[in-house]
Design a protein around this ligand. Structure first.
Ligand SMILES: Nc1nc2c(ncn2[C@@H]2O[C@H](COP(=O)(O)OP(=O)(O)OP(=O)(O)O)[C@@H](O)[C@H]2O)c(=O)[nH]1
Length: 321
């Protein structure tokens, strides 16, 4: 008897929109299902892996590059590996980087024979940052592609904008994709039945706006100037100095620093300190505890334009004890 195909949900959305928040919500819910999670980050140093909740799920990390280019082979390899295992999964969740075009990711599920036989693309779920979306459309093609490919859209961060602004963003989304179901959300809060096991991915619709979907190679452009920069430190971070430095930095450079995030080791603190920034907005919280005897170190990642590595390194060093 043929094995049923495992449903794959692709979570996409621009940098900082709320994808990891959504992923953690899915993994924390008592659904009794077993998911394999594949995350992919832009930049050489992964932080998301540490931010995904400590669930039973295994997290496979694909780093170093954009999911739609260099690591597509990785995606195929991981999925094929998963399918060979004895323990079976109820579903696979793929969280793409905020700078990925979901097209080539979706393509993988139709063009690779083994992947095609064992899995089915269930839905592309796109998280939209209500506050930053209109600006993101100016920054490159990615935000628009992510909405164009969506089967379900979470219009997230509704707490940060007015009703009028929300309507404007919804209007823009509708003009890009009039088929996707839009849910307004805060902190990516949504009924899981609205996004999982939907059977929503519609190849016919995709072929309407991208007739070459099943054939074309890699023909999209990336914003050349957008780079990622990672800093690490062995010495503990002084949280007050860090907040002050980052606050001032983002005030000044926020338009160019699309995303900043870090896992920091604070002197004497039993838990990781998780720092998150999206343009000028900052947030921080305590994360998972350090293990007994674990080497504590901090990592900080910036994604944006015109990043001045030396200056950022100097600023970060000044925050160390
Ligand atoms: N105010 C507000 N903040 C939110 C909301 N949803 C998520 N955030 C915050 O936005 C920041 C980014 O959220 P993530 O879930 O890490 O975003 P992401 O899309 O995974 O980011 P990348 O992996 O960098 O692309 C975090 O500080 C979240 O707490 C929301 O509805 N309202």
């Amino acid at each position: 008897m043929a094995q049923p195909q495992v449903p794959v949900t692709v979570l996409t959305g621009y940098l900082g929109a709320g994808k990891t928040t959504l992923l953690n919500r899915i993994l924390s819910e008592q659904h009794g299902k077993k998911y394999a999670v594949i995350v992919n980050e832009f930049g050489e140093l992964g932080v998301d892996n540490d931010l995904v909740v400590n669930a039973d799920e295994e997290v496979f990390e694909m780093n170093n590059g954009c999911i739609c280019c260099t690591v597509r082979g990785d995606l195929i390899r991981i999925i094929e590996g998963l399918m060979k295992r004895k323990d079976k999964f109820d579903g696979i969740l793929v969280e793409t980087t905020g700078l990925a075009d979901p097209g080539p990711v979706a393509q993988t599920f139709f063009t690779d024979d083994e992947v095609k036989a064992k899995t089915r693309l269930d839905a592309i779920v796109t998280v939209v940052d209500a506050k930053h979306f209109l600006g993101q459309l100016e920054q490159g093609d990615e935000a628009e592609e992510q909405v164009a490919f969506a089967d379900v859209i979470l219009l997230n961060k509704t707490d940060l904008v007015s009703e009028d602004e929300l309507k404007k963003v919804e209007g823009k989304i509708n003009s890009i994709n009039r088929y996707a179901h839009i849910f307004r959300t805060q902190k990516s809060q949504i009924e899981l039945s609205a996004i999982l096991d939907k059977g929503a991915f519609d190849l016919k619709r995709i072929l309407e706006f991208e007739p070459d979907f099943l054939h074309h190679g890699h023909d999209h452009d990336h914003e050349e100037e957008v780079k990622s920069l990672s800093l690490t430190a062995d010495r503990p971070v002084d949280p007050d100095r860090f907040q002050k430095w980052m606050g001032a930095l983002l005030q000044l450079r926020g338009p160019d620093i699309f995303r900043s995030k870090g896992i920091l080791a604070i002197d004497g603190a039993p838990r990781r300190y998780v720092y998150q920034g999206v343009h000028m907005m900052m947030d921080s919280d305590w994360g998972t505890p350090w293990k007994e005897g674990e080497k504590r170190f901090s990592k900080l990642v910036f994604i944006g334009r015109n990043l001045d590595g030396e200056n950022l390194q100097r600023g970060f060093n000044d925050c160390l004890k």
